[in-house]
Design a protein around this ligand. Structure first.
Ligand SMILES: Nc1ncnc2c1ncn2[C@@H]1O[C@H](COP(=O)(O)OP(=O)(O)OP(=O)(O)O)[C@@H](O)[C@H]1O
Ligand SMILES: [Mg+2]
Length: 398
């Protein structure tokens, strides 16, 4: 500073006035004035410029604060938009909220992966609800629930007389969803012929009803979910690679509940309120001991299992609070393998399916008859066998 002043004086330069623009010890900038006319600046000038610098400092700081708040508000708003459907504020869920906000804006296909009960379908609904298609239908189709022929007519519809029971024209779900979103649940189970037809929908944006001759243009957004590793299905040539890439433009992986334990209290409270009011039973809360069990359990069935646990406790409990007695055995003795197995409903269902199929095939030594005995369509039996990975085991029995 001294050098500057000396320079001004000695070289007979015009006078200079410099005032910092500062707020609480933080210098944001400076106001720098030069005067060509003598006698330069006086104390009054200094006071005036200092006052202007003070106002400028406040204005700059406010502008910066507003910019930061606007950015934060934008982030929160996008996360909040899905808050009312997906409960949970763990870091992982917050990130999912941000991804939803981003993908909702466009029409990209999204493949949702994750363990059972993690909220894949709820996530699909949240994407739809936050998209420009929200006012149009959201149509969910479970690709594993029907035989190939039924699923085909369910998806694409059929013309009158297309097959024996086709007494009237029926619109398919893709057509019903026009303008909206189609959610293909368990998309990994789709039979090869339907995979090709779906690929055409994604590429050409048109469908043909079963037994129909004309193509119908449709405008749908496709979301899908699977708890299979689709890349493995592609490698094993059970799933078309080109379809996989079309479906998986964006992948969202729903994290299991045990990897976001912070969400357990909020979810449990949410379900408690919902089921207590549904059951018409006032339940004040959850006892400390019960909380400890809820928080330490691994939740193999994820959010669905937590939801069922709370519903059961509300219905079966008799005290004003949920206490450990109201919780299933499996939760209480953690570490007991038999308890874990008893609660893994999907595992139990899978075991039962395998046992029944083995028995039917052993008795009949023929897949068609075995399917008949089991009361399912042979196509479905084939799909089941493939999905359960028991084909080679069964070949010994056929
Ligand atoms: N974050 C969440 N907030 C509130 N409810 C949730 C949440 N996640 C899941 N649920 C509830 O848990 C249940 C299971 O969710 P959903 O059906 O979406 O799971 P999924 O991943 O599709 O399961 P599956 O693979 O078995 O089909 C539903 O009743 C859903 O409402
Ligand atoms: Mg589901």
């Amino acid at each position: 500073e001294v050098d500057e002043r000396v320079a001004v004086l000695t070289r007979d330069m015009p006078a200079t006035l410099c005032v910092p623009i500062a707020r609480r010890d933080r210098v944001l900038g400076a106001m720098y004035l030069r005067s060509a006319r003598p006698p330069g600046f006086d104390d009054e000038d200094l006071e005036l410029v200092a006052a202007i610098a003070g106002v400028a400092a406040t204005a700059i700081e406010n502008a910066r604060r507003v910019a930061a708040l606007e950015k934060e508000a934008e982030r929160l708003k996008s996360a909040l938009a899905v808050e009312h459907t997906l409960v949970g504020r763990s870091e992982k869920m917050a990130r999912i909220g941000e991804v939803i906000a981003k993908v909702a804006r466009s029409d990209v296909t999204v493949l949702i992966t994750g363990e059972t009960g993690t909220g894949k379908e709820l996530l699909a609904k949240a994407i739809h609800a936050n998209s420009a298609r929200a006012k149009h239908p959201f149509v969910a189709i479970n690709c594993a629930a029907l035989t190939e022929a039924l699923l085909e007519s369910e998806l694409f519809g059929h013309e009158r007389g297309a097959f024996t029971n086709a007494l009237a024209l029926k619109k398919g779900k893709l057509e019903i969803a026009n303008g909206g979103t189609v959610f293909l649940d368990e998309v990994g189970e789709l039979a090869p012929a339907l995979q090709s037809k779906l690929l055409r929908v994604l590429q050409e944006h048109e469908i043909e009803r079963v037994g129909g001759t004309r193509t119908i243009p449709i405008d749908v957004r496709v979301l899908s979910a699977t708890n299979r590793v689709l890349t493995e299905e592609v490698a094993a040539r059970r799933f078309r690679g080109d379809l996989y890439h079309r479906l998986n433009v964006v992948n969202i992986e729903m994290p299991p509940l045990r990897e976001r334990r912070d969400d357990i209290p909020r979810l449990a409270t949410h379900f408690l309120q919902r089921f207590a009011s549904k059951a018409g039973r006032p339940v004040d809360g959850i006892s400390d001991a019960a909380w400890r069990y809820l928080k330490q359990y691994d939740w193999p069935g994820n959010v669905r299992e937590l939801q069922n646990t709370i519903e059961r406790a509300v219905v079966l409990g008799s005290s004003a609070e949920i206490v450990p007695d109201d919780l299933p055995e499996a939760l209480l003795d953690r570490g007991s393998p038999s308890a874990g197995a008893a609660l893994d409903l999907h595992g139990a269902v899978r075991d039962t399916k395998i046992r029944a199929i083995h028995e039917a095939v052993r008795q009949t030594r023929n897949y068609v008859e075995a399917a008949h005995l089991l009361g399912v369509h042979p196509n479905y039996l084939h799909r089941l066998i493939r999905n359960l990975g028991i084909k080679t085991q069964l070949e010994h029995e056929c």
